[in-house]
Design a protein around this ligand. Structure first.
Ligand SMILES: Nc1ncnc2c1ncn2[C@@H]1O[C@H](COP(=O)(O)OP(=O)(O)OP(=O)(O)O)[C@@H](O)[C@H]1O
Length: 263
């Protein structure tokens, strides 16, 4: 028997927001994601970790609509959204942070945020055409404050540091007030200080919204997450609270083996 630390997802906030069941995708002979299932709870930070090539980003892409699964289902807010394109998912409240490429480098921080916040105007415009752009501008100001861009509003996005671009990327993904935010390695390439700052920011966002995080930085994941899904070789190896996952012998062998040996 293993340690018995495997846990059911804790349901503190009362309900699940995202369910993934038996999702799979094949690239030629490689079953990159193999019948993975998990549930993300509302308001929680759910993280996906695993060694290089485990299938984390592929799983993320299956959920966010960038890839179409060859089997399995994804439900968001109780509705089957399997195989829906990213644009349709964003309109339902499931937003993802793209890897920098989502920014317009040649325009300012302010304009990047205002363009992203423009989605809030569409329903309002039908009712109140004269209030054009008010909602987008309000949301832009909020994001500038929340993400500490006050002294950078006029800087071109292309001239920001790598860490600032990643932070702007998250702000852009939040502009339309999604219910859930998918983050694929938000701290990749960041300095230690920027990583810590981004970790705090993600923690602050949770509660109001739900977060699904794919991340290499295990310490960051363990400090932030309510629930951790561990992948290895395309399949789910374990899931549970950070403590349960850390003490799971299968996880230690597959993932923390080297660290455990040096502890
Ligand atoms: N578009 C693709 N075509 C073919 N093989 C792919 C494709 N995308 C990913 N793979 C393969 O699928 C497997 C899983 O890759 P994936 O990028 O999802 O892993 P990962 O856990 O995110 O890895 P890393 O931590 O290195 O980013 C790898 O063997 C990878 O080479």
């Amino acid at each position: 028997m293993n340690s018995g630390h495997m846990e059911m997802a804790q349901d503190n906030e009362g309900s699940s927001i995202l369910k993934v069941r038996d999702i799979s995708v094949r690239f030629g002979a490689l079953l990159a994601v193999n019948a993975v299932s998990f549930v993300a709870q509302r308001g929680h930070i759910t993280s996906i970790i695993g060694p290089n090539g485990a299938g984390k980003s592929t799983l993320f892409n299956l959920i966010s609509g960038a890839l179409t699964p060859s089997g399995g289902k994804v439900w968001f807010e109780g509705a089957d959204v399997t195989g829906q394109r990213p644009g349709a998912l964003v309109r339902k409240g499931l937003s993802r942070s793209f890897q920098i490429t989502n920014l317009f480098f040649e325009i300012s921080v302010y304009e990047n945020l205002r363009l992203a916040a423009q989605v809030l105007e569409r329903p309002a415009k039908l009712l109140m055409p004269l209030r054009s752009n008010v909602l987008a501008r309000q949301r832009t100001e909020e994001l500038i404050e929340q993400f500490k861009f006050a002294d950078k509003v006029h800087d071109l996005a292309g001239y920001l540091s790598h860490g600032e671009q990643r932070r702007l990327e998250i702000a852009v993904a939040l502009a339309g007030r999604p219910k859930m935010l998918l983050l694929d390695e938000p701290t990749q390439g960041m300095s230690h200080a920027d990583t810590e700052e981004t970790g705090r920011l993600i923690k602050d966002l949770a509660g109001d919204i739900s977060i699904l995080l794919v991340e290499h930085d295990v310490d960051l994941v363990m400090g932030l997450s309510d629930h951790v899904v561990v992948m290895a070789q395309g399949a789910k190896l374990a899931e549970g609270s950070p403590a349960a996952v850390r003490s799971n012998p299968d996880v230690q062998a597959a993932y923390f083996g080297r660290e455990a040996a040096h502890a």
